[in-house]
Design a binder for this molecule. Structure first.
Ligand code: IPE
Ligand code: IPE
Ligand code: MG
Length: 239
């Protein structure tokens, strides 16, 4: 299908790694490892299609509640992937930023985040956000704290606050509204992902488990997006 309507910002909840592994009688962590290929394909596809912003949900604040062994494996995987995939990001002119609460991450993860962010800082192509120890509610609470500080420091008046101004206090690289949210694995929920930015997003639920997600599945989501009528509160005739 010809893509006449392109989303500016695509967000993906990469779900179903555990179930993928379970079906193959592998440990859950094998599913996380297998999901890396899908991440690579997704980034390459976004680059090919010249999508400006891509945000991937890799680890939510609620995910710390998982068994320690699984959390440790995920953190080791993030540490390794940030190094392994850096050449691919550079080759594709991708700018990478990790969004989320950095205070609970290990030094190993943090230093590789820093290396990857610095190495891709000047890139001008796809803006890739990876959300780690992130939740939408956390982001909004952080914004509220910053706003309170600004008011207390007399840098802004409470009455100046509106929806536009509020956005300035969200995490810098994900302030762009999400146009298309994709969630794999058949679950139909937002799970505390970018709840502010999703306000008017088109939602697309894909039955495939994340490790099976390929470029053609991303294409199918974009095809479906072509059929959506985005009214933003207006009537059809007004568009
Ligand atoms: C998504 O897959 C990856 C993370 C949350 C880190 P899951 O691990 O949630 O896989 P399921 O939902 O248990 O199948
Ligand atoms: C959401 O997946 C978070 C990520 C994909 C990183 P979960 O699989 O943890 O979500 P719930 O808890 O089933 O909603
Ligand atoms: Mg899940």
């Amino acid at each position: 299908m010809a893509l006449t309507k392109m989303p500016l910002h695509v967000a993906i909840i990469m779900d179903g790694n555990g179930r993928w592994a379970k079906r193959k009688f592998f440990p859950r962590t094998a599913g996380h490892k297998a999901g890396i290929k899908s991440v690579r394909q997704t980034i390459e596809f976004a680059v090919e299609k010249k999508i400006p912003y891509l945000t991937l949900f890799a680890f939510g604040r609620e995910n710390w509640q998982r068994p320690k062994e699984e959390v440790d494996t995920l953190m080791d995987l993030f540490t390794k992937v940030l190094v392994d995939e850096l050449p691919m990001l550079k080759d594709n002119n991708v700018k990478l930023v990790v969004v989320g609460d950095k205070s609970r991450l290990s030094n190993a993860v943090l230093s590789n985040i820093e290396i990857a962010e610095v190495a891709t800082k000047a890139n001008t192509g796809l803006m890739l956000n990876i959300a780690i120890d992130y939740s939408g509610q956390w982001e909004i609470v952080e914004a509220a704290k910053e706003i309170a500080k600004s008011v207390l420091a007399n840098k802004m008046q409470i009455d100046q606050l509106d929806e536009n101004r509020f956005v300035d206090f969200l995490q810098p690289t994900i302030q762009q509204p999400v146009d298309l949210l994709i969630r794999t694995s058949g679950e139909q929920r937002v799970s505390n992902f970018m709840i502010w930015q999703l306000a008017y997003a088109e939602l697309y639920f894909c039955k495939k488990l994340w490790p099976d997600f390929r470029k053609n599945d991303f294409q199918a989501a974009l095809d479906d997006y072509q059929l959506r009528k985005r009214r933003f509160g207006k009537t059809e005739d007004q568009l």
